[in-house]
Design a protein around this ligand. Structure first.
Ligand code: ASP
Length: 438
C-alpha cells in the first residue's frame, strides 16, 4: 500500500541550485514523498546571509525611512541565480516586484519574512513539477494571533486530499482578516508537522544538514554518537535544555496522532538519521542513556527554615512571590527543611533583590542564599529510574572529574536526571557523563 510522506527541507537544504538538485533527487527517489514544505534559502557558507534575515532587514530599513534597494538586490540575486542555474523558465521578477512594492508601502515584518518561503516554494514547485499551495490558504491563526489547529487541519485535509504532489511553503499562515502571520523563527518545522497531521501522513521527514541528533553537543564532546531513536518525551527534555535541530513546538501536532518524525541529512541521504517516535518499545535496562543536554545562565535561591515541611502554605507563598514578579522557575528541588528555586537569569533580570526581600518578609526563613552562575545538565534516557546503578555511575563520573554538584533533581520524570553545577564546571560535567555512558 502506498504511504504518505511529508518532507520538510531546511534553509541550508535549499540555499543554492546545487542543493535544490539534491532535494529533487530525494523527492524523486520515493513516490510516497508527496508533500514538500520548504524553508527560505539559508546560508551557502558560514559568511553568507539567510534570506529571512535579509527580508527582516528590508522591513527595518523601511521603518527607519532608509532605502532597502541594496539589501533587496541580494535577495533578487539569490533567487534569480537559483532559477538560472536550474534552467527553469519561471519568471520570478513579477513576484519579487510585488514583494518590493508591498514592503515600500509599509507591509508588516511578518509579511516581509514570510516571502522567503513563499518565493522559494514557487521555485521548488516549478522545479519538482508539483502543485503550489500557498500556506496562507491552508494554515490559519485566530483573531488573537494563536495558531488555529482545528480550522487548519480541516482545510488541509480537504484541500490536499486529491492533490498528488504539492509544495506548501513553511513558516507562515494567515489571520481571519487575511493578513500574513509567521510562526516563531525556525517555524517551517512546525508547518511540516501540521501538514503531516492534516494529510494523515505515515511519516514526517525533516531534512536538514546534520544526520540527526547527537548524544551531546559536538562543541563540548568530540565526535559524539548520533541518536538513532528517541521518544517525543525524551526529545522534549533535551530540546528544552537547548538542543536546536528541530523547532521546539514541531513535535506537538504529530505527537498526539503518533506520526514519527525522521531527521535526515540532505547532504548524506543514505544516513538513517534520528527517528522520533511515541514509544521506543521495551525499556532497555542495560544502563544506556539517550542524550545529554545542558544550559548555563541560572541562579539558585536556596531557602532554609526549620519545620518547613509542616508549615502550611510555605511553598504557595514562595511561588506567589515569583508569580507576582512575573518570573517563571525552572526547577524546585526540596529537602525536609529546605527548598531551592532554580531560575533562568533571563527570567530573573534585575528583580532578584526585590524577590529576596519579599521572601524574607513573607516566608520568614532561617537562611536564604543566592548562588549565581549555575548551569543545569540533563541526562535523559528511557527507564533511567528503573535501571539500577545509573545515578551511581553518573555521580561517580562527575566526582572523578572533581565536578562539584550543587543540586540534583530527578523530579517525577523517569527519563531525566538534572544536576546543577557551577558554570565553570559545565563542559567538564557533560564530558564526564558522556564518557561514562559512551
Ligand atoms: N526561514 C525562517 C527562519 O529563518 C523559518 C524557517 O527556516 O523555518 O526562521
Amino acid at each position: 500500500m502506498n504511504k504518505i510522506v511529508v518532507t520538510k527541507f531546511g534553509g541550508s537544504s535549499l540555499a543554492s541550485a546545487e542543493q535544490f538538485r539534491k532535494v529533487k533527487a530525494i523527492i524523486d527517489s520515493d513516490e510516497n514523498r508527496r508533500f514538500v514544505v520548504p524553508s527560505a534559502p539559508g546560508k551557502r557558507n558560514s559568511k553568507d546571509y539567510k534570506i529571512t534575515d535579509l527580508l527582516y532587514l528590508c522591513h527595518a530599513h523601511v521603518q527607519q525611512g532608509i532605502s532597502f534597494d541594496d539589501v533587496f538586490k541580494l535577495i533578487i540575486e539569490r533567487y534569480t541565480q537559483i532559477i538560472s542555474e536550474l534552467s527553469l523558465t519561471l519568471d520570478i521578477m513579477p513576484y519579487l516586484n510585488e514583494v518590493k512594492e508591498k514592503l515600500t508601502s509599509g507591509a508588516s515584518a511578518d509579511y516581509a519574512a514570510s516571502r522567503g518561503e513563499y518565493l522559494n516554494g514557487l521555485i521548488l514547485s516549478n522545479f519538482l513539477d508539483a502543485e503550489f499551495v500557498d500556506a496562507a490558504d491552508v494554515i490559519f491563526f485566530d483573531e488573537f494571533g494563536n495558531f488555529d489547529a482545528e480550522k487548519t487541519q480541516a482545510t488541509i485535509k480537504e484541500r490536499l486530499s486529491n492533490v498528488h504532489k504539492a509544495v506548501i511553503p513553511g513558516f507562515y499562515g494567515s489571520t481571519p482578516d487575511g493578513e500574513i502571520k509567521t510562526f516563531s523563527r525556525g517555524g517551517s518545522d512546525f508547518t511540516g508537522s501540521v501538514i503531516a497531521r492534516g494529510v494523515g501522513a505515515d511519516l514526517y521527514e525533516n531534512w536538514t544538514d546534520v544526520s540527526g541528533f547527537l548524544m551531546a553537543d559536538p562543541r563540548i564532546v568530540e565526535n559524539p554518537k548520533s541518536i538513532e531513536k528517541i521518544t517525543y518525551r525524551e526529545l522534549r527534555e533535551l530540546a528544552y535544555m537547548g538542543a536546536s535541530v528541530l523547532h521546539e513546538e514541531a513535535i506537538f501536532p504529530v505527537r498526539d496522532v503518533g506520526i514519527p518524525i525522521n531527521i535526515k541529512n540532505t547532504n548524506a541521504p543514505q544516513d538513517p538519521g534520528t527517528l522520533i517516535i511515541a514509544d521506543a518499545g521495551p525499556i532497555d535496562h542495560s544502563g544506556t542513556i539517550t542524550g545529554i543536554a545542558g544550559k548555563k545562565g541560572f541562579t539558585v535561591i536556596a531557602i532554609e527554615k526549620t519545620l518547613m515541611n509542616s508549615e502550611l502554605g510555605f511553598c504557595r507563598r514562595l511561588l506567589s512571590i515569583l508569580e507576582m514578579h512575573g518570573v517563571a522557575f525552572e526547577n524546585m528541588p526540596s529537602g525536609i527543611d529546605s527548598v531551592s528555586l532554580v531560575i533562568a537569569d533571563s527570567e530573573l533580570k534585575n528583580k532578584r533583590d526585590r524577590i529576596i526581600e519579599e521572601i524574607k518578609r513573607q516566608c520568614n526563613p532561617d537562611s536564604i542564599e543566592v548562588h549565581p552562575n549555575m548551569a543545569l545538565v540533563a541526562t535523559v534516557g528511557r527507564g533511567m529510574a528503573k535501571t539500577k546503578g545509573i545515578s551511581a555511575k553518573l555521580f561517580d563520573a562527575m566526582a572523578k572529574e572533581k565536578v562539584n554538584i550543587r543540586m540534583i533533581n530527578q523530579g517525577s520524570s523517569e527519563i531525566n536526571i538534572i544536576v546543577g553545577v557551577e558554570s565553570n564546571d559545565f563542559e567538564k560535567a557533560i564530558k564526564s557523563i558522556y564518557k561514562t555512558f559512551e
